[in-house]
Design a binder for this molecule. Structure first.
Ligand code: ADP
Length: 595
């Protein structure tokens, strides 16, 4: 820019100076020629006057002498007189017939007749004759001025060598060139300053606008002048201030918008009417396995979300301008059940045109799972209740139809009815316990109890059963552990675990209970030397009504809810339960509770 201004400026000045210089030089030469012409003419008139005077006094005029005399005067008076050799001004006298009567520079006798010369011809017509040509006599270019003198019938011709004129012209031109050069140099200096004055604020504007485009919105231009550039800088600074304010407001809004959108529990995807993504929140990105970030905006939804169903719903919504509510299952990146609500984005409510579509995606996998669990639970409970009830009703029926009269048989049947009723009672008891624990976020009736005392109480309850089965109960727990909990709940946990350890044990087997404190946790282990659990069953034993061997469990009076209750109690206290088992060798349950 600066170079351009500089070059243009210099070019303009060169053109200006050159044209001015040329015309000045031409004008100077023209004036000089005119002056020389006038001088020659005046000299001729002066000579004419002098000769006329001489003649009037009756003097005889020797034209050759007169020519030399006047030429001498002429050469002395002019700077040309100093010139050497042929460059002297000449004075010539020629009669009206063209014969040369006298000449200052050469022998006039040797000179040819001058009648045909242009200046002589003009003088003969009574005018002041003028010509520029090379003298045949002296072979030098002369400017001739010829003046007729009627009284003496003689033509006075005064000539100046053109070389003098050219020399002076050259001198004028030299001065002009020096002037041009001096002007040019001054111009270069001025142009440098001038271009720098113009480009400095422009460069600053460029620099600051570049900074602003890189996001440095606080940058301002510092131009103090009051001219157009100053006004431009002021407008620029105002614009930058406005921009800074708008960007900061927008950033603020975007941050708020982003945090709202990304804190939502539902996934959100919005597209424009050419299906380019307008927005996708972190939940939606997580659901569809997309890397969430600014790069996701502006991409076609087909490329971004590799799920044809949601893409189809969005298309139907945008094209049909209607809302949709659908439920789909996806298998990638995770098995999920999604509820999708799509609706068009109305750009202008008056025209009812939509400018895209928005999908709100809810992950209802857990809701569906819970629903399924509930349904299964209800059907399991029904089934579990039905079995003993059917059995009870069957035996009552048999008793009614005569068996009641056989004392032995009726005793046996009543005993079975009692066992089944007991099982029903236990089942209902377990179901009630489970639903009570499940409905709780935090347990009630919390107190501080010695863990060993709870274990001892449990052992005293189960001792009889264990003895019957020939199973030893061994308490190796640390007596110093205090626990903050609902005593009945912890007791129930031990009853269920130790009871299982007895139930699924062999004769002369044992159940060992350990409890110790460490790393901010209370660790409890219930280990038996029983039948063990096959590895394929291990992941499912905490499910409701799951039994490895249904018949065995039932014959032992199991409900299939014992471990489920244990797991729920452990969860209620934010603990963790693990099981390890080997078939034929035994099973160990390890529980960790926060101390
Ligand atoms: P149940 O009332 O049938 O004992 P649980 O929920 O207490 O129900 O246990 C679920 C299943 O896990 C049992 O049916 C049994 O097959 C298996 N099980 C539980 N504890 C043990 C154990 N200590 N040894 C072997 N199997 C066990």
């Amino acid at each position: 820019m600066r170079r351009k201004i500089f070059l243009h400026y210099i070019l303009l000045v060169i053109i200006g100076i050159s044209i001015t210089g040329y015309f000045t030089s031409q004008l100077a030469q023209k004036f000089y020629k005119q002056e020389v012409n006038e001088k020659l003419e005046n000299t001729a008139r002066m000579i004419q006057h002098q000769i006329a005077e001489d003649l009037s006094q009756g003097k005889k005029v020797d034209f050759n002498d007169a020519a030399s005399k006047y030429a001498k005067v002429l050469n002395q008076s002019s700077s040309a007189g100093t010139a050497a050799g042929k460059e002297y001004s000449r004075v010539t006298f020629i009669d009206f017939d063209g014969k040369v009567l006298g000449e200052s520079e050469t022998s006039y006798q040797s000179m040819e007749n001058h009648l045909t010369r242009k200046e002589i011809q003009e003088a003969l017509q009574g005018k002041v004759g003028k010509d520029i040509r090379t003298s045949k006599t002296l072979n030098v270019q002369y400017l001739y001025v010829a003046l007729p003198m009627e009284s003496a019938r003689v033509i006075i011709r005064v000539a100046m060598p053109l070389m003098q004129l050219q020399k002076i012209g050259q001198e004028i031109w030299n001065y002009t060139v020096i002037g041009i050069l001096a002007g040019f140099m001054l111009t270069v200096l001025l142009a440098l300053k001038f271009s720098s004055d113009i480009t400095k604020p422009i460069n600053e504007l460029i620099h600051v606008s570049r900074e602003i485009s890189l996001g440095n919105y606080s940058k301002r231009v510092n131009v103090k002048s009051k001219d157009e550039l100053g006004q431009l800088a002021d407008s620029f600074n105002n614009m930058a201030s406005r921009l800074e304010k708008i960007v900061s407001e927008m950033t603020d809004k975007n941050i708020k918008f982003d945090s709202i959108i990304n804190s939502m529990t539902s996934g959100i995807i919005a597209v424009d009417n050419s299906y380019k993504t307008l927005l996708i929140n972190s939940i939606a990105a997580e659901i569809f396995g997309i890397k969430h970030g600014p790069g996701t905006v502006g991409i076609n939804i087909l490329e971004l979300v590799r799920n044809h169903q949601i893409n189809r719903f969005l298309k139907e919504t945008v094209e049909g301008n209607a809302s949709l509510l659908k439920e789909i299952t996806v298998s990638s990146p995770k098995n999920r059940v999604l509820r999708i609500y799509t609706s068009p984005i109305k750009s202008n409510s008056a025209s009812n045109l939509n400018s895209g579509g928005i999908a709100v995606i809810q992950d209802i996998t857990n809701i569906r799972k819970l629903e399924q669990i509930r349904t299964e639970f209800v059907s399991n409970v029904t089934h579990e209740l039905k079995t003993p009830l059917t059995s009870i009703r069957g035996f009552i029926e048999t008793l009614r139809s005569g068996a009641i009269h056989d004392r032995e048989v009726s005793e046996k049947f009543l005993e079975i009815i009692d066992i089944e009723a007991e099982r029903l009672y236990m089942l209902i008891n377990d179901i009630l316990q489970l639903s009570e624990i499940e409905s709780k976020q935090k347990d009630s009736n919390i107190g501080t109890y010695n863990l060993k005392s709870i274990i001892a109480e449990t052992i005293s309850i189960l001792e009889g059963v264990a003895e019957k089965k020939g199973v030893r109960l061994i308490d190796e727990s640390d007596g110093s552990i205090e626990i903050n909990a609902n005593r009945d709940r912890i007791k129930q946990m031990f009853i269920n675990l130790i009871d299982n350890g007895i139930k699924y044990n062999t004769e002369n087997g044992s159940v060992t209970i350990k409890a110790f404190k460490g790393e901010g946790k209370v660790s409890i282990s219930v280990k038996d030397t029983g039948i063990g659990i096959a590895p394929e069953h291990l992941p499912r034993i905490f499910e409701r009504f799951y039994r490895v061997d249904k018949g065995r469990s039932r014959s032992m009076g199991g409900t299939g809810l014992g471990l489920s209750i244990v797991k729920h109690i452990v969860n209620l206290y934010n603990g963790d339960i693990k099981v390890s088992s080997e078939l034929g060798k035994g099973t160990e349950f390890i529980i960790q509770l926060p101390a």
